[in-house]
Design a protein around this ligand. Structure first.
Ligand SMILES: *[C@@H]1O[C@H](CO)[C@@H](O)[C@H](O)[C@H]1NC(C)=O
Ligand SMILES: *[C@@H]1O[C@H](CO)[C@@H](O)[C@H](O)[C@H]1NC(C)=O
Length: 344
């Protein structure tokens, strides 16, 4: 017989166990087409961080957002759906079938759960950095996001190739005659900024575009509020560094490669977009604020604007909260017809 004290200790230990959700810096592959980027040579890799069991949404995304015919002819896109493991054998078989048909499923060995979004993000970034590193841009979306591909990518490229003042002023400084006045410290900084001159028409290096969230309190277990993180996460901080709302994040490929290296160094924690913010701060990415163009809970009118071509666009992408039924219903809606046939 265990004493009451022992039972209490066991109880506390088991509760503590549940809170100690730790993440690995890499996850084994279950299903992936490692040659896909080599074959398709995409400029843009779209990765969808969606629900494993929502086949219907993947069908809609393939048809509308990932559809190569809806993208400008001179921009190649490849899409992956990052998913975790399912317990159901039937679901697994059906996923395998989907993989055979579309080759766009990326499955790693973490359990599918909303608390495992960080594992999903780590797996997707690692895969893209390792197997699609010749692409220019990676775009992460949730599976409840809509955009008009051509409008979206034009606007994203425009904003991500804008001159960033600090970088360029310094780089131009370097070319001027004043080089000899510079301290070695400053020279090394200038070399860094020279290395970040634009290298392609898609994006400047070291750049992320998203809806930026600032000044967000770090929720601790004793605050009795949603999304708590352990005290060991960002121990001395009370506010998260600026981070991107996860529903749409465009990332230059050099950043993807740096992120992939950082997973082993910067301990992952369970809120994926806040964790990404910590990494962004560490790399000192240029964060392009697209808050005005990345909309939450867009009403139907915005939706029409966002996806209908040719009008004065006021959105890059919109995030819907109406749920799966609404999302798939949209596939049949008239507003999509023009999208579908625009670029054929
Ligand atoms: C996350 O995935 C890991 C690895 O499969 C698993 O041990 C853990 O239970 C998962 N977390 C949740 C909350 O399901
Ligand atoms: C964040 O909070 C500080 C202090 O309350 C305030 O001064 C600052 O303007 C805020 N920043 C943003 C981006 O809202």
């Amino acid at each position: 017989m265990k004493s009451l004290y022992e039972l209490a200790v066991l109880l506390i230990l088991s509760v503590a166990q549940q809170c100690v959700q730790s993440y690995s810096s890499s996850y084994k592959y279950i299903m992936a087409d490692f040659k896909r980027c080599q074959r398709e040579k995409p400029d843009v890799v779209l990765w969808v961080q969606g629900r494993l069991l929502d086949q219907q949404r993947r069908a809609v995304i393939r048809e509308l957002l990932a559809n190569k015919r809806a993208w400008p002819k001179d921009i190649r896109v490849t899409t992956f759906f990052a998913v975790g493991m399912c317990n159901s054998r039937k679901a697994h078989v059906s996923l395998q079938y989907e993989f055979e048909v579309f080759k766009d499923i990326l499955q790693n060995d973490y359990h599918e759960h909303y608390e495992n979004q960080t594992a999903k993000m780590i797996s997707a970034i690692t895969f893209i950095a390792d197997y699609c590193s010749h692409s220019k841009l990676a775009i992460r979306i949730d599976d409840d996001v809509l955009f008009h591909p051509a409008t979206m990518i034009r606007k994203v490229m425009g904003m991500m190739t804008k001159k960033s003042k600090n970088t360029y002023d310094e780089a131009e400084d370097y070319h001027s005659q004043r080089r000899y006045e510079l301290s070695s410290n400053r020279i090394s900084r200038l070399y860094k900024s020279l290395a970040s001159l634009p290298s392609n028409r898609f994006t400047n290096p070291n750049t992320i575009l998203c809806h930026i969230l600032s000044n967000r309190t770090i929720i601790r277990p004793d605050m009795n509020r949603p999304y708590p993180v352990k005290y060991s996460v960002l121990v001395t901080e009370s506010i998260y560094p600026d981070f991107c709302a996860g529903f749409f994040i465009a990332i230059s490929m050099d950043v993807m490669i740096k992120l992939r290296e950082l997973f082993a160094v910067e301990p992952p924690f369970w809120i994926d977009d806040s964790y990404l913010g910590v990494l962004q701060k560490r790399i000192k990415t240029v964060n392009v604020n697209a808050n005005k163009f990345l909309l939450f809970d867009a009403p139907e009118n915005n939706l029409r604007n966002a996806i209908s071509a040719g009008t004065n666009m006021d959105a890059i992408a919109i995030h819907l909260t109406q749920g799966p039924a609404y999302y798939s219903q949209l596939a049949k809606a008239n507003v999509y017809k023009e999208l579908r046939y625009d670029y054929q």
